[in-house]
Design a protein. Structure first.
Length: 317
């Protein structure tokens, strides 16, 4: 992206014979943007081969330094959306994944580790990965990094890279690898519109990439179609507090309920959509933490009661 500022006595912009804007004496700014730039001034880096972009193929041609490219302008500036791609290793080691940027400069990256130990060649001569290792990086405003998933991956003869999808829903990010939900994170700074793109420190190819914008209800329906449901929890009496690890859970990705008791109180009842699960809770809770799976949208309600006195002792000492 390049900007040229020129002082003028007058200037105008004409599109298809129609004047869209004009000024008298003042300054005119000529803006040159490329595929991969953002609409609010962030430029893609130089290490990308976009010659096959019309085919849905973009290659990161250098692993030296960090390379970033963005999806098409305002089409990819949305609050709820899905981003899909196939990440294919080429040469060298590093990381590659999906990159998200807020308009005020906060960054969120989902990086897959592209290591020689994880890169294999199939019987059909295609390069792929035999392990899914995902790291989460974000700057908001300080820098954080966490390893969120690391598991072996089954490789077939026709395998080529990892199919990756991220669904953003409000402040939640759901990451899928080969169709399996492998991570879900909630960050307050992600709530609102984001620009999506790719970031890489390794030589890789991104294939079959797409960006789909959702309404709130469309994003919710998309998650539920994959067995991921909304969960909520509340304390219905005094005596303690409850907190969920995520607003969504599934049968394969349980939610974590943390219960904090006030002094002199205990949990007397726990319900899930009105059904009593107190016995399950008391059997599974550890240090106030309880994991539960869902097969539908679920409301957890926790009732507290004063701890009954074990004994009444009276007399003179």
């Amino acid at each position: 992206m390049r900007l040229v500022v020129q002082r003028v006595t007058r200037a105008s912009v004409t599109v298809d014979g129609e004047v869209k804007g004009k000024i008298g004496k003042g300054y005119m700014v000529l803006v040159g943007a490329e595929v991969g730039d953002t609409w609010f001034g962030r430029s893609r880096t130089s290490g990308w081969d976009i010659s096959r972009a019309p085919e849905g193929v973009i290659e990161c041609t250098t692993g030296r330094g960090t390379q970033t490219i963005y999806f098409k302008a305002q089409d990819a500036y949305a609050e709820n959306f899905s981003v899909k791609t196939k990440i294919v290793p080429v040469t060298g080691e590093g990381q590659a994944g999906l990159y998200f940027l807020t308009s005020d400069g906060y960054e969120y990256v989902l990086f897959f580790n592209i290591l020689n130990d994880y890169t294999v060649e199939t019987a059909n001569g295609k390069k792929t990965l035999n392990r899914v290792a995902l790291d989460e990086h974000y700057i908001s405003p300080t820098w954080h990094m966490d390893s969120v998933y690391n598991e072996p991956r089954t490789v077939s003869d026709d395998d080529e890279g990892i199919d990756v999808e991220v669904i953003k829903f409000g402040s939640d990010m759901y990451t899928f690898a080969d169709g399996k939900l492998i991570a879900c994170t909630t960050q307050n700074f992600l709530n609102g519109k984001l620009v999506a793109g790719f970031r890489s420190t390794a030589d890789v190819i991104y294939k079959n990439y797409s960006h789909t914008t959702y309404t709130y209800s469309e994003a919710q329906a998309e998650l539920e179609s994959r067995g991921i449901y909304a969960v909520s929890a509340q304390a219905v009496t005094e005596g303690g507090a409850v907190e969920l690890s995520s607003r969504y859970a599934s049968e394969d990705k349980p939610a974590t309920l943390t219960v904090t008791l006030q002094s002199g109180y205990e949990v007397s009842k726990v319900t899930q959509n009105g059904q009593d699960i107190t016995a399950n809770y008391k059997e599974g809770v550890q240090d106030g933490v309880f994991e539960f799976s869902v097969t539908e949208a679920s409301q957890i309600e926790v009732t507290f009661a004063p701890v009954a006195d074990a004994a009444n002792i009276s007399g003179n000492v």
